[in-house]
Design a protein around this ligand. Structure first.
Ligand code: SF4
Length: 470
């Protein structure tokens, strides 16, 4: 029987898409036009999310607000793509294409419904021409009430305050140092200060909104940015709304009751009048209970879980996706999260929801910072991850069930992928990463008044082994 990879390789849509791209050039990819992530708090963007971000020119956006996406830098990359060259910044894709016979993301992203219909328009236009992206992610500010262990100041004002007070963490790579941010020109503009990138966004917005296929607001914590509420009100008040829009907000859901109630009210107004095609809330948690609170500093687990229940109960059409950044500290209690999400699926799954399923557990492995990945764990802990893959399989949606009231194949595969990845360890860096693991969390305990060994008794032995390495 053909495996998943064989099926993808044989898929005629991907094959045709790649052929049509290759006709223009070996580096052609529609995502350079159709997709963008805007980090307005630092004035950076990238298309797609694989290349490093680059700085947006304040001068350019003054005369042309769409230069938030259509930067001169990006137009030069587009010219390379249209003239049979491969932009160096897209090495993520070239690595896949040069080292395997698989399709890279340039094929998958160009085959998406937000890319493919625009093929002719893009390949026939001059490389200097502006193009409105169809898939947009935007962060308005770094205002955030959390400081998750793997995050940093560009995305969290709480992190920023800590680094300003205490400096970088004492890992060998000086985790979250100000110097690193300054070198990358990524020092965030404070939420209360004027921000020329946000101003340009609002000038561009009425034109951009009409063309959007998918719009996702990230952060920081977006609900703490006034611009997020402004977008919601715009959609509610717009006489001629873009009804094909897939709309999403990322929120840590660590919010006061009045804010959650206000959000629910706006979601229901938008959904009741069919002002968008789909409304998804993305939220995050990486394991269960007190251990989850340690990983995501600021999280009150019970409040978070109550808020999820409240949204699912009061918004009968909304979908909730939990983005779980599976890291070394997720392992001991992830089975409890798997069971908790399963209960939510059973309670709230309904035909009214866009995907039938109320909740989706999107488990991805943490890659950076490397001192916190599952790869640093010793072999005696990893079988726990394997057991979690079995548990998810056991809770999969039965074949005869049309509603997704259990785990889908994708959710199961994603946890399996974490287990596989945990085994593919590069030995040469392991000692340094384990030393950094100890340095990071012993400093964390000092600064934040936490107690690693009390919170993670299952990892105490490993923590002490890391200490010995230092
Ligand atoms: S070629 Fe690859 S890395 Fe570059 S924009 Fe396309 S999908 Fe992204």
């Amino acid at each position: 029987m053909a495996g998943y990879n064989d099926q993808v390789k044989e898929n005629p849509i991907f094959r045709e898409t790649k052929e049509s791209l290759d006709k223009i050039g070996k580096g052609m990819c529609l995502a350079k036009w159709t997709q963008v992530t805007l980090q307005l708090q630092t004035g950076h963007n990238h298309s797609c999310h694989h290349p490093r971000t680059h700085k947006i020119s304040e001068k350019e956006i003054k005369r042309n607000p769409s230069a938030l996406h259509n930067t001169q830098y990006k137009k030069l990359r587009r010219r390379e793509m249209l003239t049979d060259k491969r932009p160096v910044e897209c090495d993520y894709c070239w690595n896949v294409e040069d080292n395997s016979d698989r399709f890279s993301d340039r094929t998958f992203k160009s085959a998406e419904s937000w890319s493919k219909p625009h093929y002719d328009e893009i390949v026939n236009a001059d490389w200097r021409q502006d193009f409105n992206p169809r898939y947009v992610e935007v962060a308005f500010s770094n205002a955030c009430n959390f400081k998750c262990s793997y995050c940093g100041p560009p995305y969290s004002s709480t992190w920023m305050n800590e680094i300003k007070t205490h400096g970088a963490y004492p890992t060998t790579d000086k985790f979250n140092s100000m110097e690193g941010m300054i070198a990358e020109n990524k020092v965030p503009i404070l939420h209360k200060d004027p921000n020329p990138y946000v101003d340009a966004f609002w000038k561009w917005w009425p034109d951009l909104y009409r063309d959007l296929h998918t719009f996702r607001i990230t952060g920081g914590e977006p609900m703490l940015a006034k611009d997020t509420w402004k977008v919601l009100d715009y959609i509610i008040d717009e006489p001629n709304p873009n009804k094909d829009l897939n709309f999403a907000i990322n929120s840590n859901l660590g919010l006061e009751d009045n804010m959650i109630d206000k959000l629910i009210d706006k979601i229901n107004k938008i959904e009741d009048e069919n002002r968008v095609k789909e409304f998804v809330i993305f939220t995050s948690v990486d394991t269960w209970g007190e251990q989850a609170e340690y990983i995501r500093n600021g999280l009150e687990f019970n409040r978070f879980w109550d808020n999820m229940n409240k949204i699912l109960e009061k918004c009968p059409r909304v979908n909730l996706t939990i983005m779980s950044t599976y890291n070394a500290l997720s392992v001991p209690n992830y089975d409890k999260l798997i069971k908790g999400v399963y209960d939510l699926k059973q309670t709230y799954g309904s035909d009214d929801r866009y995907w039938n399923s109320a909740v989706f557990l999107d488990s991805s492995y943490l890659r950076y910072p490397s001192h916190q990945t599952v790869q640093i764990l010793p072999d005696y802990i990893k079988p726990l991850i394997y057991k979690q893959t079995q548990l998810t399989e056991y809770m999969a949606t039965p074949n005869f069930e049309t509603r997704l009231i259990g785990y889908s194949d994708i959710e199961v595969q994603k946890i399996k992928r974490i287990y596989d990845w945990s085994l593919s360890v590069k030995e040469e860096n392991l000692t340094e990463q384990r030393q950094n693991f100890y340095r990071m969390f012993s400093e964390h305990d000092k600064r934040r008044g936490t107690d690693f060994c009390k919170t993670f008794p299952e990892l105490e032995k490993f923590f002490m082994e890391c200490k010995d390495l230092c």
